[in-house]
Design a protein around this ligand. Structure first.
Ligand code: F6P
Length: 471
């Protein structure tokens, strides 16, 4: 039976999984023979090129260390200062240092060199995310003939943004070495297809004349989801109830408006707080009646643009506090730390409104998790950016343009005034959609397309406790 080999930058650690990727794929490997391969999280001046195989809570995980210089160029540099901003259409926030690309390729080559000796000819390899676009090329150069699939967790850029990325020609050629490329949304498939079909031969490709041939690569949307049933259970767990109790004491009669995001400029946090400010400015009746809680764990904080986003958010939250707070009332709480998943599920359950308003996002699992955690008899309202992949799944949310803070402020008013019957009708539709796009089916659909028959070949399902993510 074919094994499944999952490759990603981060590998799952012991204890509860923190990221959406780890959560989803842990399940796959609990059901199929195989292992997970990636970076150990350790930096050392002289990394061993041979991977260490470890047992992590019943999962086989092979890991390599990286040197600090390579890791910086590959992760903070090319991946997160060039690819991340460009793929999120924030070219103004991209920083280009040419040596980062060499580090990015070097790390991908190290991954391939360490992984290749572990592979059997019929292993099916599933590579994740923008850190590892060149991995199939590097593996093929070492002789790997396996089926290799690639899944992009972030949006695919428009052609203009792609042209702005140094070495985009090589990267597209690297993508053509995969048998299957999966995207989050139809929007991404359309952007990719548009690029592949209209690539300009004179400026594209290594020889400058030759367009990349994608005829051997299948491309499709596989929208990722969560596990709404597990979220429903988590939201009534003792830890969630404890959080709800704690919040009830603090909030009294006030309605909770909730945001939960990594502190990332793509999440539209300053615009969100500004929309809330407009709600309070335009509707005096909501003062003392609502409270915004923004949970924003810091992320990639060695990168200047992330530090600046954090400073901007500090300033805007301070401004709103200064404008509306009274000695006995605060309009908002802004928490820069991570919460345990059951506590988050409790917050989701309590929140009358979830503000999920990224400026651009691959999917956004917080939207899925919020839906899963609602009380069917008294559900809250999801306000969702139309630029999140989740907008294709959740047309029954209140869809907003996050750049238009007047529109988001009005959506907040509508959400807070929404009668119970409409909340229920909308939530039922959202919950059906979240269930139809659950994470198990997502993984099986991708693997089945990559290697037909592999899904049925898996053994009996082992129950893995699903934990939430702040992706
Ligand atoms: O959204 C893309 C993603 O890579 C997620 O898979 C992950 O949870 C998140 O960003 C965090 O990224 P990092 O590994 O840089 O902390």
């Amino acid at each position: 039976m074919s094994r499944i080999v999952i490759v990603s930058n981060r590998t799952p650690g012991k204890g509860p999984a923190a990221g959406g990727l780890a959560v989803a794929l842990r399940k796959v490997l609990s059901r199929h023979e195989g292992f997970w391969f990636g970076w150990s999280g350790k930096l050392t001046e002289t990394p061993d090129s041979k991977p260490r195989m470890e047992d992590v809570d019943g999962l086989k995980v092979a890991q390599i260390d990286l040197s600090p210089q390579d890791h910086h160029a590959y992760y903070a540099g090319f991946s997160n200062s060039i690819l991340w901003p460009s793929f999120h259409l924030r070219l103004d926030l991209a920083t280009i240092e040419s040596y980062w690309y060499e580090g990015y390729r070097r790390v991908n080559a190290q991954f391939a060199k360490a992984l290749k000796p572990l592979l059997r000819p019929d292993d099916v390899i599933w590579v994740h995310d923008y850190h590892l676009i060149p991995l199939a090329s590097e593996l093929r150069a070492l002789g790997a003939k396996n089926r290799i699939g690639f899944y992009l967790h972030i949006p695919f850029p428009t052609a203009d943004a792609l042209y702005a990325i140094p070495h985009h020609g090589e990267l597209m050629r690297d993508l053509s070495r995969y048998d299957l490329i999966g995207f989050q949304a139809n929007r991404d498939v359309a952007a990719f297809t548009d690029f592949a079909e209209h690539q300009a031969p004179s400026t594209f490709g290594i020889s400058n004349t030759e367009a990349v041939d994608f005829s051997d690569t299948e491309v499709a949307a596989f929208p990722i989801g969560s596990d709404p049933e597990a979220f429903a259970r988590l939201a009534t767990s003792p830890a969630a109830k404890k959080m709800i109790h704690r919040m009830h004491r603090a909030l009294g009669e006030q309605e909770l408006v909730l945001g939960v995001d990594r502190l990332d400029y793509s999440k539209g946090l300053p615009q969100r707080v500004e929309a809330y400010e407009k709600l309070l400015a335009n509707n005096q009746r909501f003062r003392r009646k609502v409270h915004l809680l923004q949970v924003a764990p810091p992320s990639r904080d060695t990168i200047k643009e992330y530090q600046e986003t954090s400073d901007t958010l500090d300033a805007i939250c301070g401004r709103v506090m200064g404008r509306f707070a009274e000695p006995d009332w605060a309009p908002l709480t802004y928490v820069k730390r991570t919460y345990g998943q059951p506590s988050l599920a409790g917050l989701y359950r309590l929140a009358r409104v979830a503000l999920v308003t990224p400026l651009r996002d691959g999917m956004n699992l917080v939207a899925h998790e919020y839906v899963g955690a609602q009380d069917p008899e008294n559900p809250g309202v999801l306000i969702l950016s139309r630029f999140a992949g989740a907008a294709e799944i959740f047309p029954d949310a209140l869809l907003v343009n996050p750049f238009d803070t007047d529109e988001t402020a009005e959506a907040l008013r509508v959400a807070l005034d929404m009668p119970l019957e409409e909340r229920k009708t909308r939530w039922q539709a959202l919950n059906r959609a979240a269930t139809a796009h659950n994470v198990d089916d997502w993984a099986l659909a991708f693997l089945e397309r990559l290697s037909p028959g592999i899904a049925e070949a898996g053994g009996g399902a082992t129950d893995v406790i699903y934990m939430a993510s702040v992706a």
